[in-house]
Design a protein around this ligand. Sequence first.
Ligand code: UD1
Ligand code: CA
Length: 463
Amino acid sequence: MKNKGVAAIILAAGLGKRMKSDIPKALHPVAGRPMLFYPVEVVNNLGVKKTMVIVGHKADEVINKGIMPYAPTLHSAFVKQEPQLGTGHAVLCAEDALKDWKGNVLILSGDVPLITKETIQGLLNLHAKKKAAISFISTIVADPSGYGRVLRDDNNSVMRIVEHKDANIEEKAVNEINTGIYCVDARFLFSGLKKIKKENAQGEYYLPDLIEMAVVQGNKVTCLTHINPAEVMGINNRIELAEANRVMRRRINSELMLSGVTLLDADTAYIHSGVKIAGDTTIYPNVFLEGDTNIGSGCVIEEGCKIINSTIGSGSVIKSHSVIESSRIGKNVSIGPFARLRPDSLIEDGAKVGNFVEVKKSKLGKGTKANHLSYIGDAIIGKDVNIGAGTITCNYDGIKKHQTVIEDGAFIGSDTQLVAPVKVGKNAYIGSGSTITKNVPAGSLALSRAEQRVVEGWVKRKE
Ligand code: UD1
Ligand code: CA
């Protein structure tokens, strides 16, 4: 593997004060995944030998929710930093874990989710080529507020980095900033970190102070100035979080379009990282596709739909404003408009779920239709069943949920209530307006409504 001589440290112990949040900054989502997930994924894809994530503030929450639920196979170890005394101190916490490490150490921030593998490889290559002690990535921005500024001498060589809070007016005017992404020779890194002082505006051990130290000691410093600030920007507040989501959305959507998916309005297709969509599927505006969702080819997902952790088979149409959660939908199925599929619904090939139909924890067999205004909960429905308008499975007796079984080919007339547990046999008919409380044998007709009485001339007599 190419980067075997590299270990990675990802800093995620900070509180993220500027987020004004109870949730640790590392866990705030970008395209549906915690921002920390992305740099961990990038270093894994680079094949580095070792990855350590430094955690501190709400460490256990970050450990449990940061990476594991999304990619249990990503390898990373967690190191605790307690208390959090700054980025320099954070890296020093990994010293024990990297004892005897003679290679390079790649350092990333957990709050730079847009970073790509290509950029990091560029930094590693530059570092190796120049035989530097420390290399880092800078970028030029219009508004550098909050970031560390890169100060250069008359020959344009990097001298040091000054943090925003420590900078004077002249230094604040510099718009080349430190992105917080470094590659450092391990021996220089840990010996240098021990000498860093915290006499600065924040009283913290600043990792970027290593750069001045290297310059003073005559060690080589290289700087890669990235041309696209959007990729290397750190997220410190919710404005930057929204911006990162926008950039990530563009990235995900561009990839999908290039792979053959039509997005009618790429700016309003909110597709989570990791969602899979096959070619020739069309996504209308204001669609949300989230979590572990997989959509086949030739599907149409109309406006305002939300699909979470679900699979949609090829050729299916999800009409306007439908919500589908943790469900499986077969091929050539039609759902909606205004349908709601709650968790554990299975809709088999060619079935139809129409407007204002709610389905929960139920199976609808091949070719079965529930076209209008129904509630289907805890039901097992065979194939080619017709569920009339207004059918309700009465699945709850106030204490427990009960199952309704409807076998192949049955016809359920409109406005039927099926009081579960109850079973309707193969090809049976239920007359409209029935309340079914007993099993209906295969091939029979069940009717439970009162017989109609007609009183002729009643209206006239009333007058
Ligand atoms: C840091 C850099 C700054 C750079 C900017 C780029 C320092 C002192 N400054 O500033 O030069 O322009 O990133 O985004 O490094 N962290 C810890 N432990 C700590 C403190 C921080 O793990 O004790 C982690 C945070 O969780 C975060 C990262 O380090 O992921 C950066 O910390 P943050 O406070 O965001 O640093 P900035 O002020 O943005
Ligand atoms: Ca930051």
